[in-house]
Design a binder for this molecule. Structure first.
Ligand SMILES: NC(=O)c1ccc[n+]([C@@H]2O[C@H](COP(=O)([O-])OP(=O)(O)OC[C@H]3O[C@@H](n4cnc5c(N)ncnc54)[C@H](OP(=O)(O)O)[C@@H]3O)[C@@H](O)[C@H]2O)c1
Length: 298
């Protein structure tokens, strides 16, 4: 399974399964990443704002897997939109790598670089402190300009973009190679997927299991499909995503579950349709943030 890939608009190949590294911290987090690499994961989904790039670098070194065999994704943090190149340099240094396979804008939400908090600065009234005289279109133009000068950035992408934001940057003539969004049967992103497919933008599914405390993992109808396939609900959710046409980046800190998640099944068309139907009956967004620009899903 680990060899399965999707092809991006520039011809680059992206693995169909990667490891999410959000909240993988401390020695347990590092050991999880080492284990994942040793058992076959080749894509790492990282971010400056996860605060664990040093740990990811240590894990890569410890795993013995060479850089050329990895696909590394990292993201420009919200409070660094107006200092994007500085964020890139710090990212490359912390990850101890010369290149990023993909550099994504983490959110279309520039926040005050000199605010009162490194991730979520606030104004005296408690509301989010957005960067003044800045916007995500300017950030995208900056990222394009940086990529034109810096061979370290192999590909550009975005995350948490809706159709509105994708339309707003389209005049630049450079479309993101990927748009990484929350994507699972309860948030199937049908309209966005159709739009991205037409434009040649590859969706990537974050929180493909529904993130921490997901109700999807306990869904009785999904459990029936899992039993029928002699598999787990998590395996069915990930296999559903790959069958629908997007890479999935689940996170786990457990060696057993990391191995389990690598095993993508060939689901029948009937099972794929049933999983889609089950999700549609319980629409839910699990991940949100005070700076989000999402439209309501219900
Ligand atoms: N671009 C963005 O804004 C954004 C936002 C959110 C996430 N992401 C990326 O997407 C990655 C994945 O999303 P996520 O971390 O939110 O959640 P997720 O991968 O959907 O779910 C992770 C949760 O599922 C559990 N889990 C994993 N495998 C399992 C299995 N086989 N059976 C049962 N439970 C299982 C994990 O617990 P254990 O650790 O105990 O196994 C953890 O609690 C992140 O790590 C991050 O890299 C990006």
């Amino acid at each position: 399974m680990s060899s399965r890939q999707f092809t991006l608009a520039d011809g680059a190949k992206i693995p169909a399964l990667g490891l999410g590294t959000w909240q993988l911290d401390g020695s347990k987090g590092r050991e999880a990443i080492v284990h994942a690499l040793k058992c076959g994961y080749r894509m790492l989904d990282c971010a400056f704002s996860y605060g664990n790039q040093d740990l990811v670098a240590e894990a890569i070194e410890q795993s013995g897997v060479s850089r050329e065999d990895l696909f590394i994704v990292d993201k420009l943090a919200n409070t660094w939109h107006s200092a994007a190149e500085d964020c890139l340099d710090r990212t490359l240094a912390a990850l101890k790598t010369d290149t990023l396979d993909l550099w994504l804008m983490h959110w279309p939400s520039p926040l005050n670089h000199h605010g009162n908090h490194p991730k979520c600065p606030t104004l005296p009234d408690g509301t989010v402190d957005f960067e003044k005289d800045w916007n995500y279109v300017k950030t995208w133009q900056t990222m394009i300009e940086i990529q034109n000068r810096r061979p370290e950035v192999k590909g550009l992408g975005v995350a948490n973009f809706g159709i509105k934001e994708l339309e707003a940057i389209s005049f630049t003539g450079v479309l993101p190679l990927v748009n990484q969004v929350e994507l699972h049967p309860s948030l199937n992103q049908e309209k966005l997927h159709k739009y991205c497919k037409e434009k040649g933008i590859q969706l990537v599914a974050y929180s493909p299991l529904g993130s921490t405390g997901s109700a999807l993992l306990l869904d009785p109808d999904l459990q029936v499909i899992a039993e029928k396939n002699n598999a787990t609900v998590a395996q069915c959710l990930l296999s559903w995503g790959v069958a629908k046409g997007w890479p999935v980046i689940p996170r786990s800190s457990s060696p057993d579950r990391l191995e389990q998640n690598l095993n993508i099944l060939e689901l029948s068309v009937e099972d794929i349709d049933d999983i889609s139907r089950i999700g549609k009956a319980s629409p839910k967004r699990y991940v949100t943030a005070p700076w989000h620009t999402f439209e309501e899903i219900v």
